[in-house]
Design a protein around this ligand. Structure first.
Ligand code: FES
Length: 113
């Protein structure tokens, strides 16, 4: 794997919203949630700490409003900027993934093998 995996352009992410990104790996890959607040972007594993379900209600469609991401399965709420659980049935936060933004290109580092 390269030391950097390109996910998307920052303009591909709606400001105040989120998209999903699928990461391929030798073990079958996984899904990320990529969120944007202005020029800031955040990524988390698309796996809810409540019951392990994906957080989107339809592939790539997330419930995000006013800086809060809500899991579509049972309503756990997470702070977009930190991934912290702020309401609902979750007991811990989302698992973060470090991003880099270079000339508008959003990528992850080499730790995701
Ligand atoms: S799996 Fe997300 S709230 Fe239950």
């Amino acid at each position: 794997m390269n030391d950097r995996t390109s996910l998307c352009r920052i303009d591909d992410i709606p400001d105040g919203g989120a998209i999903s990104a699928e990461i391929e790996s030798s073990t079958g890959g996984f899904s990320l949630i990529v969120l944007r607040q202005g020029e800031r972007v955040f990524a988390y594993h698309n796996e809810c700490p409540h019951a392990g379900r994906r957080l989107d209600w339809s592939p790539g469609k997330f419930l995000v409003k006013d800086g809060v991401l809500v899991c579509a399965a049972h309503g756990a709420s997470f702070d977009v900027a930190s991934g912290a659980c702020i309401g609902g049935p979750c007991r811990s936060g989302l698992a973060p993934v470090q991003l880099r933004v270079t000339d508008g290109d959003v990528g992850v580092g080499g730790a995701l093998e």
